[in-house]
Design a protein around this ligand. Structure first.
Ligand code: AMP
Length: 282
């Protein structure tokens, strides 16, 4: 039977019992509105650990004042059904007051990796992410934590935080799950109107173009970014936030492809901001 837990007190109590039985704990933090991308990560996590915890929490501290916190899709009932189907053992779904009680005043930061890409266009985003992920790791305790490659920068930032702050968490990053036509699954895809849904494919198309160019021997980032821009520009409602070619570890821009390289982009499709990335090797 899957358990739904809403308080920190109960979460700790259940997990200390689970640990006393010698079971390994897998943890998958989410903001809910679970889709097939989430479910596929949970299925993988299910196989690798004895007791699988997921959290469902739309974290207010990672949304900017003009962002979509209020509109973000929420469906706890539906999420619980899906989680049960994939064999989750415990869902932690705290209220905002449980996570950020009156007087809360400690926030995480991270500068070297967060002052670029999504961190530039969403000031405060990674401050919120590191805060909530650090709290969740402290609550769940030693575990294997699962993240999706779709949010590549997030996975790098979290890995760095775990290393720097000596958290007893092993990070596993699993591949991006896509729709049949290549669009990366995302809770925010729900915002797209039918014509925008078509246009949203430009992110994946641009990444494939980058891959094809590299395969054909192109190694200059500038040339690759230029071609990607051309592809995105064909979608009438698309507006580029960023396109980067970067080192997959430190996220610094690189000029010439050498080994495995991160190509990542964020694009506004109308009022919806989408991100995607690929790791490409020459
Ligand atoms: P979210 O609920 O969107 O914050 O995502 C929770 C976790 O699921 C994050 O680690 C995401 O990277 C991961 N995730 C979301 N969408 C996908 C996807 N399409 N493929 C793989 N992982 C994903």
């Amino acid at each position: 039977m899957m358990r739904l837990v809403k308080t920190i007190f109960e979460l700790r109590k259940v997990l200390s019992e689970v640990r006393s039985e010698g079971k390994s704990i897998g943890f998958f933090p989410t903001m809910g509105a679970l889709h097939e991308g989430h479910l596929s990560l949970m299925r993988a996590a299910r196989k690798e650990t004895d007791f699988l915890v997921i959290s469902i929490f739309v974290n207010p501290s990672q949304f900017g004042p003009s962002e979509d916190f209020a509109e973000y899709p929420r469906d706890l009932e539906g999420d619980l059904e899906k989680a049960e189907e994939v064999g989750v053992d415990l869902v932690f779904a705290p209220g905002a007051d449980e996570m950020y009680p009156e007087g809360f005043a400690t926030f995480g930061v991270q500068e070297r990796l967060t002052h670029r890409m999504c961190g530039l266009s969403r000031p405060g985003f990674f401050r919120g992410v590191t805060t909530v992920v650090a709290k969740l790791f402290n609550l769940v305790g030693p575990c294997v934590a699962y993240f999706g490659q779709k949010d590549y920068q997030q996975s790098v930032v979290v890995r760095q935080m775990v290393r720097d702050l000596n958290m007893e968490v092993e990070i596993r990053v699993l591949p991006t799950v896509r729709e049949a036509d290549g669009l990366a699954m995302s809770s925010r895809n729900k915002y797209l109107k039918p014509t925008e849904r078509q246009e949203a494919l430009c992110l994946y198309k641009a990444l494939n173009e980058a891959k094809a160019l590299v395969a054909a021997g192109e190694s200059k980032s500038e040339k690759i970014i230029e071609k990607m821009k051309e592809i995105v520009a064909k979608a009438p409602s698309a507006k580029i936030d960023y396109i980067v070619v970067a080192d997959p570890e430190n996220l610094e821009d690189i000029e010439t492809f050498k080994g495995r390289t991160l190509v990542a982009l964020a694009v506004w499709i109308g009022k919806t901001r989408l991100i995607d990335n690929m790791l490409i090797s020459p």
